[in-house]
Ligand binder design. Structure first.
Ligand code: GLA
Length: 774
C-alpha cells in the first residue's frame, strides 16, 4: 500500500518507489509534517521536537506548557492568525472581520487510485502507474471551516500531488484571501532555489539562488503563468548536481497568477509553499460552498536534477497530457509566420505547402492574419471570420489545396483577445476586462476578453467550432499575447471582483475542455507571445506549447535547457527558421538550427521557396532524421550533458531509449577559437557492458554539411576500428584520420566521446547510437 495510517502512532505514511512522506497528528490534533525524502521504512515521529522559546506562542489547550508552538513546528498546511508568523498557506477573512483559521485534524480517508479535480487540471491515474489518494480533513472549530488536504501518490514516478478543498460548514460566509495548494517543511537549511525567469523571446532562464532567512518569491501577477517566472521550481541541496544530491521539484498545474515562497525561519527550518498568488485574490465561500485550489505535483530525487526531470517528464507525458496526440507521432509542421508575417494569401501558402511537402514536412500552419480586417496587429482580433478577400479563396478551398499537396492544415487563433478596432468590440464593449471610468492599458493594441462570462465563453467556443467544421482543420495554435490589466468584470458585483483572476482561468479551462472533447482529432498547441504560458495546466489540454518566439539556435540552447528541467521534450514547440535570425540577427548553419529544433516538436518557420537546392536537400535529411528518432526524442530519457551557461564553449544533450538500445547525441559549439581545446564528453544512460555503433552527421572545414549517416569523425579509444568511412578535415584543422564506429558503453560514459573540432562559429554534431552487442 502506498498510503497507510498507523493508528497507534497517529501517523500517515506515503510511499512511492523511492520516496517517503510522513505526517503526524500531533498534540491537540495539530497536523504536523515529519519527513519528505528518500525512502525510509519506519516511524519517524522521533523527529518532532519541542522547546520553550520566547515569543513563540502556544495553543490555548497547552495551558501552562510553553514547549509546543505552531511558530516552530513543521506543519502540513500553515494558517495565518493563530501564532505562526512564517509563510502561511491559508488566510481567511471571517464575517466578524477577524483574519484567523486554526486547523485541527478531524478525520481521514484513504482511496484506491488518484483523485481528480473538477474544473481544474490534475494528474490522472492511467493504466501504467499505481496511484492512491489520502484525504485528511481538518476543521476550525470556531467557524466550522473544513479543509480537505488531498495527497495523490504516483508510485512509479516518485510523485506526490497536493490540492486543497476549503468548505464552509458554518453559518456565515467567509472570504479566502490566500489559499495555497502545497507546503513543504524541512528541519534544516541547506537549499538553493532553482527557478526559471525570463522575458519575451528569452523564457525560462536557469537561476540558482541560496535560500536564506529573507523570504524569496517566484511569482506572476499578470493573469498568466508568464514569461518572467515559471510555475515550476526546485529546492536543491546546495551540493546537488545533475547526477547527484537531493532535490525537490514542484510543478503547479495552473496557468494564471501563482506564487512560490520559501524562507528559513528563526531556528533554521525551511518552509516552502506554493499556490494561487494572493494579490487581488478574494474569494467568497458561502455556507455550504467550497473552494478548490489548483493542484501541485511534487517529486523528490536523491540522484540529482536529471532524475528529478525524468520524473516530471514521464508524469507530464503520460499522466497529465491527454488525448490521442500524446501517444501518436505528431506531424512535422511548417508555420508561415516568419515566412510571410501578415503578407500572405492562398497562393503563397500553397506554394510553401507544395515545397514543404516535397521535403517530408506534413502540415502547414496558417498563422495570424487570416480573419476579419486583420492586416497588422492593430485590428481584427475577436472577429473569427475568414477574410476570403485577402486569401483569394474560401478556407475550404485553401485547405483542399494544402491537402492536395499532401499536407495537413492548421490554423492560428488568439481566442481570448479583442482589438478595439473589431466588430466584436464595437458590438460588445463590455465583453472585455476593463474598469469603468478608467482608461484601458493596451498591450500589442489589444484587450483581454472576460472569460468569467458564459456568453463570452460561448462566443469563443462557437467561433472556433464554426471554423473547425467549415474545413478540414487539424491543428490549432492557441495564442495569448498580453498580460491582463484592469481586472474588473461587468457581470460581477463589486464585492466579487477579487474572484476575476481565478474565474478567468477556470473559464479558459472550461473552453479548452469543451473544444478538446468535441474535437478530439484536432491537435492543439499552446502559445503566448512564444512561451509566456508554458505550464503544466495548459499541457493537460494540449501536448505541446510554442517554447519561445526566439528561434535563434544559440539563444534556444539556454531557453530549451531551462525548459527541460520541468517539462518533457515532447512539449517543447521548436522550429528551424531563416537566417539572419529575425530575433537576434545571428547567422547559424542550417545543420545547427536543425539539431536544436530537434530537441522539441520540430518544424519549420521559413519560406522554403527562398532556399537553395542544397538547403532543401539538407532539410529533407533533417526531417528523415527527426522521424527516424521520433520515439527516442519524445519518449526517451533526456540528459543535459552540459550547461549552456558554463564556459566550456559547447552545449550537449542526449536522448536514451528506456531499454538503452538507442541514443541520440547532439552537440552545439557556441563559438570557434584558434588553436582549440580538445573536448571529451562523458555520455550517460547507456549500458556499461554493451557495444554501441555510432553514426552521425559531420562537418567539413568549409563549414558545409555532409549528411552521411555512415560517417564519424576522429574518435579514439573505441572498441573497434572500421575502415568504412570517416569525414576528415584537411586544412587548416588537422584531425586524426582514424574512423571509429563502435564503442563500449562504459567507455563512452566513463572515458568519454571525443568531439570533433569545429571550424566556424555555431557548428553542431549529431550522432545516432545503436546497441549492436549487448
Ligand atoms: C505571437 C506568437 C507568434 C505569432 C504571432 C502572431 O507573437 O508567439 O508565433 O503567432 O503571435 O501574431
Amino acid at each position: 500500500m502506498a498510503v497507510t495510517f498507523n493508528e497507534e502512532d497517529k501517523l500517515f505514511i506515503l510511499h512511492t518507489n523511492h520516496t517517503t512522506y510522513q505526517i503526524k497528528i500531533g498534540p491537540f490534533q495539530t497536523l504536523l509534517h515529519l519527513y519528505y525524502g528518500k525512502k525510509v521504512d519506519c516511524n519517524l515521529d522521533y523527529l518532532m521536537q519541542t522547546m520553550d522559546r520566547s515569543h513563540c506562542g502556544n495553543p490555548n489547550e497547552a495551558g501552562t506548557d510553553r514547549t509546543f508552538s505552531m511558530d516552530t513546528q513543521l506543519q502540513e498546511y500553515s494558517t495565518f492568525g493563530m501564532g505562526d508568523y512564517r509563510i502561511s498557506c491559508l488566510e481567511v477573512l471571517n464575517k466578524d472581520g477577524s483574519c484567523a483559521a486554526d486547523l485541527r485534524y478531524k478525520s481521514h480517508n484513504i482511496k484506491i487510485s488518484k483523485y481528480q479535480l473538477e474544473h481544474l487540471p490534475s494528474v490522472y491515474a492511467g493504466d501504467s502507474v499505481t496511484t492512491q489518494t489520502l484525504i485528511i480533513t481538518c476543521i476550525d472549530s470556531v467557524t466550522n471551516l473544513e479543509v480537505d488536504l488531498y495527497y495523490g501518490v504516483v508510485e512509479e514516478y516518485d510523485v506526490i500531488t497536493r490540492a486543497v478543498k476549503i468548505r464552509n460548514m458554518g453559518m456565515k460566509p467567509i472570504e479566502l484571501i490566500k489559499a495555497f495548494s502545497t507546503c513543504l517543511e524541512f528541519p534544516s537549511t541547506h537549499f538553493d532555489l532553482i527557478h526559471f525567469y525570463g522575458k519575451h523571446a528569452m523564457e525560462r532562464e536557469f537561476e540558482r539562488t541560496p535560500v536564506g532567512h529573507a523570504k524569496l518569491s517566484v511569482e506572476s501577477m499578470r493573469g498568466l503563468s508568464s514569461h518572467q517566472h515559471n510555475p515550476f521550481v526546485i529546492l536543491a541541496d546546495q551540493a546537488a548536481t545533475e547526477t547527484s544530491g537531493e532535490c525537490y521539484g514542484v510543478s503547479f498545474l495552473y496557468s494564471g497568477n501563482f506564487q512560490a515562497q520559501v524562507e528559513v525561519d528563526q531556528i533554521g527550518q525551511t518552509r516552502f509553499a506554493m499556490g494561487i498568488h494572493p494579490a487581488f485574490f478574494r474569494y467568497e465561500v458561502k455556507p455550504g460552498e467550497e473552494f478548490v485550489t489548483p493542484e501541485a505535483a511534487m517529486s523528490y530525487s536523491s540522484e540529482g536534477l536529471q532524475k528529478l526531470s525524468h520524473n516530471f517528464h514521464k508524469l507530464i507525458r503520460n499522466n497529465v497530457c491527454s488525448g490521442k496526440f500524446k501517444d501518436i507521432r505528431r506531424p512535422v509542421l511548417i508555420n508561415n509566420w516568419e515566412a510571410t508575417y501578415f503578407d500572405f494569401n492562398t497562393e503563397k501558402l500553397v506554394q510553401i505547402a507544395k515545397a514543404a511537402g516535397q521535403l517530408g514536412i506534413e502540415m502547414l500552419v496558417m498563422d495570424d492574419g487570416w480573419f476579419g480586417t486583420r492586416k497588422d496587429d492593430y485590428s481584427g482580433l475577436g472577429d473569427w471570420v475568414v477574410n476570403t478577400k485577402k486569401l483569394g479563396t474560401t478556407l475550404k478551398e485553401l485547405t483542399d489545396q494544402v491537402n492536395a499537396a499532401g499536407l495537413k492544415f492548421g490554423i492560428w487563433f488568439e481566442p481570448e483577445m479583442v482589438n478595439e478596432d473589431s466588430d466584436l468590440y464595437r458590438k460588445h464593449p463590455d465583453w472585455c476586462l476593463q474598469i469603468p471610468g478608467r482608461p484601458v492599458t493596451r498591450c500589442r493594441y489589444q484587450l483581454v476578453l472576460d472569460l468569467t462570462r458564459g456568453d463570452v465563453r460561448n462566443y469563443i467556443y462557437d467561433s472556433i467550432s464554426a471554423i473547425l467544421t467549415s474545413a478540414r482543420v487539424e491543428y490549432i495554435k492557441w495564442d495569448f499575447n498580453r498580460s491582463i490589466a484592469e481586472v474588473w468584470s461587468a457581470l460581477k458585483e463589486k464585492t466579487h471582483q477579487g474572484q476575476v483572476f481565478h474565474d478567468y482561468i477556470l473559464g479558459l479551462y472550461e473552453i479548452l475542455d469543451r473544444l478538446t472533447t468535441d474535437f478530439p482529432e484536432v491537435l492543439f498547441e499552446g502559445c503566448s507571445s512564444g512561451g509566456g504560458r508554458f505550464d503544466t495546466g495548459m499541457l493537460s489540454f494540449m501536448p505541446q506549447i510554442w517554447c519561445s518566439d526566439n528561434t535563434d539556435a544559440i539563444d534556444r540552447l539556454k531557453i530549451q535547457y531551462g525548459t527541460s528541467f520541468g517539462y518533457p521534450i515532447s512539449a517543447v514547440g521548436s522550429h528551424v527558421s531563416a537566417v539572419p535570425n529575425h530575433q537576434t540577427g545571428r547567422t547559424t548553419p542550417l545543420s545547427t538550427r536543425g539539431v536544436v529544433a530537434m530537441a522539441g516538436t520540430f518544424g519549420y518557420e521559413l519560406d522554403i521557396n527562398r532556399l537553395t537546392e542544397a538547403e532543401k536537400e539538407e532539410i529533407k535529411e533533417q526531417v528523415k532524421i527527426y522521424k527516424r528518432n521520433y520515439d527516442l526524442i519524445n519518449t526517451g530519457d533526456y540528459y543535459r550533458l552540459t550547461n549552456p551557461y558554463e564556459t566550456i564553449g559547447y552545449t550537449a544533450w542526449q536522448f536514451v531509449s528506456s531499454d538503452k538500445t538507442r541514443s541520440l547525441l547532439s552537440v552545439v559549439y557556441h563559438q570557434s577559437h584558434g588553436n582549440p581545446d580538445f573536448h571529451t564528453l562523458l555520455l550517460r544512460g547507456l549500458k556499461e557492458g554493451s557495444i554501441y555503433r555510432v553514426t552521425g552527421t559531420v562537418q567539413n572545414n568549409n563549414g558545409t554539411v555532409q549528411n552521411d549517416n555512415e560517417t564519424v569523425q576522429n574518435n579514439k579509444g573505441a572498441v573497434q576500428n572500421d575502415n568504412e568511412t570517416a569525414q576528415n578535415n584537411k586544412e587548416p584543422i588537422q584531425n586524426d584520420k582514424t574512423a571509429i564506429q563502435e564503442y563500449n558503453g562504459a567507455a563512452l560514459m566513463n572515458a568519454g566521446f571525443v568531439l570533433p573540432t569545429p571550424w566556424g562559429d555555431y557548428q553542431s554534431f549529431q550522432y545516432e547510437l545503436t546497441m549492436c552487442l549487448e
